[in-house]
Design a protein around this ligand. Structure first.
Ligand SMILES: [Zn+2]
Length: 113
C-alpha cells in the first residue's frame, strides 16, 4: 500500500498523482503526470487542474518553507497549487514582473512571500 513515486522511483508516494513530496513540488514534474490516479484526490491539493489560479504568484523559491506555506494556503483556498509566474528559483524576477503587469488586478490580493 506504499507505491513508489512515478517520477523518481525512489521515494514513497505521499502527494497526489503518484508522486513523492519533492517531485510533486518540483516545477514541471507534476504537469508530466495527469491526475488520473486515485492519489489525485487525497489530502490537501485535492483538485485536478480546474481550480482557479491564485491571485498572485509567489517569490518564494521552490522547496523553501515559504513556498510550501504558500502552496498550503492555495490548497486551502481551493486554488491551483502553482501559478505560472511563480519563482522557479531564489531571486527569480518572474513573479515581480508579473505583478508589475497586473498590479491593478491584484492590488491588495498579492500573496508574495
Ligand atoms: Zn519522486
Amino acid at each position: 500500500m506504499n507505491p513508489i513515486c512515478r517520477h523518481c522511483s525512489k521515494s514513497k508516494v505521499n502527494r497526489p498523482r503518484g508522486l513523492c513530496w519533492s517531485c510533486y513540488y518540483t516545477p514541471g514534474v507534476k504537469e508530466l503526470f495527469p491526475s488520473t490516479s486515485k492519489y489525485a484526490r487525497r489530502g490537501v491539493g485535492n483538485f485536478t487542474g480546474s481550480a482557479p489560479l491564485p491571485a498572485a504568484p509567489t517569490t518564494a523559491a521552490p522547496g523553501s518553507p515559504e513556498k510550501l506555506a504558500v502552496l498550503e494556503q492555495r490548497a486551502k483556498m481551493k486554488q491551483a497549487i502553482f501559478h505560472p509566474a511563480d519563482a522557479r528559483y531564489e531571486g527569480d524576477p518572474r513573479p515581480l514582473e508579473f505583478l508589475k503587469g497586473h498590479s491593478a488586478a491584484t492590488a491588495g490580493m498579492a500573496c508574495v512571500a
